[in-house]
Design a protein around this ligand. Structure first.
Ligand SMILES: Nc1ncnc2c1ncn2[C@@H]1O[C@H](COP(=O)(O)OP(=O)(O)OP(=O)(O)O)[C@@H](O)[C@H]1O
Length: 241
């Protein structure tokens, strides 16, 4: 398996609080890898390390074969953070144009990518409004469009569908699966929604900075004799208490 992300012996603490404890993981190219776990488990800290936004205390992170942090690799990563980092006084389109300008692409391609990304998240009719007038869900959708703008090889999405209605959530997942199946993209997704975790090839359950279990949704259900991932999540949590 060719790896998109390899993390070895990652540990981190904030002040005296240990947040990640000897994490090891390997994410294969062309796969969807889900990170699930209770609030505060360390998921966001872990994905921030993959994009070089958080330092490790110990351990190494390699993304697309390069040791992070690495500016060149960032050209190939689409990252959607949990809190939206948008220019509120600009329109949705101006935001997309700005982020597109950070990547190497010609004018025609930029045009095409903006239309694609805005269409994917159903924002085409609101592109000329200022972001300050967007609802919370619209801002999430714009953040997702920005993560996709440069057609990245690796997508890292931190709770991408929070605040997005079920119908649009389903169509976004259809597109993520298409990007994986037809274009071989790799995706790392943190989520609290077990239906979304079911769509991942591999799911890692994180609790208190450790990976308790990982495997395909089917493997995890068999391991915990559970009917669904919600039950896996609850049983795995009880086992460590
Ligand atoms: N910059 C920081 N300074 C101090 N503590 C931090 C910092 N960032 C995160 N933490 C702490 O690290 C722990 C893990 O946080 P993290 O955001 O990684 O969890 P999470 O699993 O993503 O949670 P959620 O599902 O709520 O997003 C939490 O206890 C959090 O308070």
């Amino acid at each position: 398996m060719e790896a998109a992300v390899v993390m070895e012996h990652i540990s981190k603490q904030f002040g005296k609080k240990p947040v990640l404890n000897d994490i090891r993981l390997k994410i294969g190219k062309g796969r969807i890898y889900g990170l699930i776990g209770p609030s505060g488990a360390g998921k966001t800290t872990l994905v921030k390390m993959m994009v070089g936004m958080e330092k490790t205390d110990a351990g190494t992170v390699h993304v697309l074969g390069e040791k992070m942090p690495d500016l060149e690799v960032l050209q190939h990563i689409g990252y959607m953070a949990q809190s939206d980092a948008l220019y509120m006084q600009l329109t949705g389109k101006e935001n997309l144009k700005f982020f597109a300008s950070l990547y190497k692409m010609g004018k025609a391609e930029r045009h095409e990518r903006i239309a694609y990304a805005a269409g994917l998240v159903h924002l085409q009719d609101d592109l000329n409004k200022k972001v300050s007038a967007y609802s919370g869900g619209m801002k999430r959708r714009l953040s997702l469009a920005i993560a996709l703008i440069q057609d990245p090889e690796l997508l890292i999405l931190d709770e991408p569908t929070v605040g997005i209605d079920p119908e649009l959530r389903a169509s976004i997942w259809d597109e993520l699966l298409r990007l994986k199946n037809e274009e071989g993209k790799t995706m790392i997704v943190t989520t609290h929604v077990m239906d979304e975790a079911e769509k991942c090839d591999t799911v890692a359950m994180i609790r208190e900075g450790k990976i308790l279990a990982h495997g395909s949704p089917g493997e995890l259900k068999a391991m915990y004799e559970a009917a669904d991932l919600n039950e896996v999540f609850l049983k795995a949590g009880r086992a460590v208490q």
